[in-house]
Design a protein around this ligand. Structure first.
Ligand code: SF4
Length: 366
């Protein structure tokens, strides 16, 4: 069977390996482009949020490439993300495309359904349960290694002496991870990728500004959807920390995860039932970034995304209480790279001046 999936950051490298090793052919989703967005906009409801439109475009592109099944995640909660796959299926059917979207619902909500889908994929691929477990383990290790290499690249980029070195090395590291097929090979590629990053000529005397990236999961994870914001900021000399990494859900390797319960951080500001998406997370994560001495926070919000709109309404209070500036970037099909860059440059200028003023005040007090 020809299987594809939504593209979210660099996780496609691990997911491609997974699909190919459970006995199916993988149709790798291309990086979202202008064509992807144009296709998505043409076939989506006008007021659908941008992740829905990009995914619609991606599904049409992978269907053209021959995908028969598109695997995705379901979900529950007040926002519409959990129904995306149902709507995408309706639209594909309506325009006469044969590919079908199949969703994994969260196991805690529907354990039986989750395992039923997993069993179906395993059986159609013709592999045993033991083989499947082995493949899942390797996939997970690959995902973790990809995140480790990417995370380190965001720390090194603002220190690089030759612009672009870090990004080129990151691609090299990801390529090595793509070629790795066993747990040993993955570990070796991970170590080699990190070693290459460490060998980049850099200026350790710099003290880069630190910005936390928060917001809705799709636009935070997919660089093509956020105009490569982390690379852009890194090349402006800013160190970024992203609140979401796929592998971080089970490990304590990010600032957000280290602190555990971000919901308790958000509670003083939003003591309500869940508002869906990552709205509550955005509030709690801003508190955490402030507590960890970050200079600012950028919130990435799809246009018309209710959870992020609610968070945006509350963030000025968090910003005031913790003294941390927050910039919200709404993203839709009209958002251009130049516009994002201009707003980020102005924000970085403001943070730099704040830092200098703070240092001046401290000197005066002494
Ligand atoms: S979280 Fe926001 S962007 Fe994502 S599906 Fe919900 S409303 Fe849309």
């Amino acid at each position: 069977m020809k299987i594809s999936f939504p593209r979210m950051g660099y996780s496609y490298i691990a997911l491609k390996w997974l699909v190919e090793n459970i006995g199916h052919e993988c149709i790798v989703p291309p990086e979202p482009s202008k064509r992807t967005l144009d296709l998505g906009v043409r076939y989506s409801p006008e007021f659908a949020c941008i992740p829905f439109k990009i995914l619609m475009g991606t599904y049409l592109e992978v269907a053209e490439m021959g995908a028969e099944v598109i695997l995705t995640s379901g979900g529950r909660g007040p926002c519409r993300a959990g129904y995306y796959w149902v709507m995408h299926n309706y639209i594909l059917e309506e325009i006469g495309i044969d590919a079908r979207v199949i969703a994994f619902e969260p196991p805690l909500d529907d354990l039986k359904g989750f395992f039923k889908t997993l069993r179906w994929i395993r059986k159609t691929g013709g592999i045993s349960v033991k083989e499947m477990l082995g493949v899942l383990k390797v996939t997970w290790e690959k995902l973790k290694a990809i995140d480790d290499v990417e995370m380190r690249s965001h720390e090194i980029r603002p220190l690089e002496i030759h612009r672009g070195d870090t990004t080129r090395t990151l691609w090299k590291g990801l390529e090595m991870l793509d070629q790795a097929n066993t747990l040993e090979e993955i570990e070796e590629a991970r170590r080699e990728g990190l070693k290459l990053l460490e060998s980049i000529p850099r200026d350790d005397s710099r003290d880069p500004l630190k910005i936390g990236i928060i917001g809705e999961i799709y636009v935070v994870l997919e660089p093509a959807a956020n105009h490569y914001i982390q690379i852009m900021l890194g090349e402006m000399g800013v160190q970024t920390d992203r609140s979401i990494y796929l592998s971080a859900y089970t490990r304590n390797n990010t600032i957000v995860n280290l602190e555990g319960d971000i919901f308790s951080m958000a509670r003083p500001y939003l003591n309500e039932a869940p508002i869906g998406g990552h709205g509550v997370n955005s509030i709690g994560e801003t508190v955490l970034y402030a507590q960890h001495g970050f200079d600012g926070v950028v919130q990435l919000a799809p246009f018309a995304c209710i959870p992020e709109i609610v968070a945006k309404g509350i963030l000025p209070s968090v910003s005031r209480d913790y003294g941390i500036p927050v910039l919200t970037l709404f993203i839709d099909e009209q958002t251009g790279k130049a516009g994002v860059q201009t707003r980020l440059e102005a924000f970085v200028d403001l943070l730099q001046r704040r830092r200098e003023q703070k240092a001046k005040m401290e000197r005066l007090v002494i």
